[in-house]
Design a protein around this ligand. Sequence first.
Ligand SMILES: Cc1cc2nc3c(=O)[nH]c(=O)nc-3n(C[C@H](O)[C@H](O)[C@H](O)COP(=O)(O)O)c2cc1C
Length: 326
Amino acid sequence: MPAFDSAFAIGSLQLDRRLMMAPMAGVTTTPFRQSVRRWGAGLVFTEMVSSHGIAYGNRRTLEYLACGAEEHPIGYQIFGADAAIMARAAEACVAAGADLVDINMACPVRKVVKTGAGAALLGAPDTAVAIARAVVAAVPVPVTVKLRAGLRQGDGLGRLLARRLVDAGIAAVCMHPRTAAQLYRGVADHSLTCALATSLPAPVIASGDIVGRDVGASLLDGGCAAVMVARAALGRPWIFSQILLGAPLPEPAARLKELNLFVEETVKAMGPRAVGYLRQFWSRFRSSGTIDRGTARELMHASDTTAVQALLASAGPFCTESALHL
Ligand SMILES: Cc1cc2nc3c(=O)[nH]c(=O)nc-3n(C[C@H](O)[C@H](O)[C@H](O)COP(=O)(O)O)c2cc1C
């Protein structure tokens, strides 16, 4: 099995480890990416960005393209169903600093699928391939695609499309082996990911239920080039050092220090909008034993960033029994 900290390449992009932070809409902002990097995440991704929003210069959308000088290597993920617009969006991503452009063919959310984008492309393979070709031709960086197993159980659409995408010039495929119909329920069937990894002439990155070192290692063993952590990193950025190095759970004080730094950087980057953004993390940091239940509850109701930071400043290091076994 290749080690998590061994090098590999996606097209022309050399990476020094096989452990990545998955793209997550509403989550993978610059401060979040910086937080997981501190603990060993390799390639990180932006949230998925609308190609239409980029092409038409939507101010909010363009904010997603900002990335700091220390954020490399970084992949930008775009979604859309129009090949020419996707190509223009990919060019803008590269101008903004993308080391890699990823095309989302995995998102099952209705708002995205009804426009023909995201997982809908699994059911429109000719369009998917046309988009891939257009994006590959438009940018000098490697282009990857994130796929689901299919639209519905057993249709095999992800595997079939992956082969055509690689023929069209895609440098790697990320497989999240749930179907679009499953949304985020059930378990990720990584027998599909490993079967793809051993048959596709391009690296396959595994996404789905990667919650620890053993799961990740079994996927590298099964032929995957790298693994991508998503939900398990919420409230537990240190999961990356646990997977990469087999490091122990950090001490309570170190966990609280990381949370404070993440919050400080989020407030700096987002201003008042940080309050709403951070709400999704409080229960996660509670279940990782970083803050206690009462503090999490109060943070949930905090109405401004001053209140958030004051609550955290008065919170002492906390550690539950269960946290020790994470
Ligand atoms: C809140 C949330 C937002 C997500 N946003 C994206 C996204 O923007 N692009 C994408 O390709 N996948 C997205 N995903 C899917 C994840 O990248 C990942 O493939 C999926 O959650 C499975 O991994 P997990 O079981 O480790 O969470 C999202 C998942 C969640 C829970």
